[in-house]
Ligand binder design. Structure first.
Ligand code: SF4
Length: 384
């Protein structure tokens, strides 16, 4: 194993980790995540490489939060999952006080797998529902139906209370009424957490190609805006607290792991395409699954990019991450952590957006207004 791999992790300490499981049955048309589909024969090789990568820690690191994302972690077989949990028990141990999240697809959640997840300490499941409408699920090229998603929610609840569901709005062909129907079903299903994302069509995806050929018609920005407004209204009426631009939770069930990202906490990253942030240094593993595998197997570092942020860049990045949260920037805490007064660091930007009504400032905080949440990307870009 290369020295650089050992140095980057063994000397740094974090109590949060993200582990990327890059396998899916097939690639959905809109997805540009790091993954490989239809290559299940690589899963065992991946687990071997993961063991090598985890051993770069050189000693076990107890975790406050651990997040298995993908790809589809739940796609692994029972024996492969057991092997993965054995590795995690050794290198990234959790306790009942930790938050241990796993991303899952509805069709994977058999009674046996749910039983295994609960037995191995998974206490939060994030389920990729996207929509309950079967026609829109076909547009998204998902492999489950709305009914199967509802059944998976019911089964999951028998094992894990803390269930989150992911929903997508802005799907070609989706009307405001169809979006409302999905929101109503989601609320009736009583998850403790809901994440909602506007569909983005990224270069390189089959959606991108189809849109270029005129075979896919995106929704208008005005309709997407209405859909985002509808989420905020409906979920708040249903007693979900919006704590981040895309995330809503019942009181006490905000995702601790993701809050760690938005508050600038250090975290490890393992697996292809995984990012880690340790002591102001951001590193990114190779995104190609086979490339990551070859590098780790041959003892080379899987890291493809490394960026050390200076003090001002760290402060600006923290301001952006804080602003994604509905609570916004706690000015005193920000200064204690970064040494910068946010009003001096970004005074002109703050004043400009206060005037437009997109930011609001109290004695202690600077945060997005409701109107500002619709144009959050534009606002945060000005803080960098
Ligand atoms: S299941 Fe999720 S990660 Fe896998 S291809 Fe579809 S959207 Fe991407």
């Amino acid at each position: 194993m290369t020295t650089s791999l050992i140095n980057s992790r063994s000397s740094q300490h974090a109590d949060a980790a993200y582990l990327h499981v890059p396998f899916c049955v097939h690639r959905c048309g809109y997805c540009d995540f790091t993954l490989i589909s239809g290559r299940d024969e690589l899963i065992d090789v991946y687990l071997e490489a993961l063991e090598i990568e985890l051993s770069s820690l050189q000693s076990p690191r107890p975790m406050q939060t651990l997040f298995l994302g993908g790809g589809t972690p739940s796609h692994l077989s029972l024996s492969q999952l057991s092997r993965l949990f054995d590795l995690l028990d050794h290198w990234l141990p959790t306790t009942s006080e930790s938050e241990f999240s796993l991303e899952a697809n509805p069709l994977d959640l058999s009674w046996e797998k749910l039983d295994l997840f609960a037995a191995r300490g998974v206490n939060r499941i994030s389920l990729g529902v996207q929509t309950f409408n079967d026609d829109l699920l076909k547009v998204l090229e998902r492999d489950h139906s709305g009914t199967q998603a509802l059944e998976a929610i019911q089964r999951t609840r028998s094992f894990v209370d803390n269930l989150s569901i992911d929903l997508i709005f802005g799907v070609p062909g989706q009307s405001l009424d169809l979006w409302q129907q999905t929101l109503d079903l989601a609320i009736a299903a009583q998850p403790l957490h809901i994440s909602t994302y506007g569909l983005t069509i990224e270069k390189g995806t089959s959606f991108w190609i189809r849109r270029e050929k005129g075979m896919l018609s995106p929704l208008t920005p005005e309709l997407e805006r209405e859909m985002y407004g509808r989420v905020m209204d409906c979920l708040s009426a249903a007693k979900f607290e919006q704590y981040e631009l895309s995330n809503f939770a019942r009181p006490g069930f905000a995702c601790r792991h993701n809050i760690g990202y938005w508050t600038g906490r250090s975290f490890y990253g393992f697996g292809p395409g995984a990012a880690q942030y340790l002591d102001g240094c951001r590193e990114l593993n190779h995104r190609s699954v086979t490339h990551w595998l070859k590098r780790v197997q041959s003892g080379r570092s899987p890291i493809s990019e490394r960026e050390s942020l200076n003090d001002e860049d760290r402060a600006r990045e923290l301001a952006v991450l804080n602003l994604r949260q509905i609570a916004g920037i706690d000015c005193c805490e920000f200064e204690e952590r970064t040494g910068f007064d946010v009003h001096l660091l970004a005074g002109e930007t703050i004043t400009r957006f206060l005037r437009r009504g997109w930011l609001e400032a109290t004695d202690s905080h600077v945060r997005l207004t409701r109107e500002g949440r619709f144009v959050a990307d534009t606002i945060v870009a000005e803080f960098l």
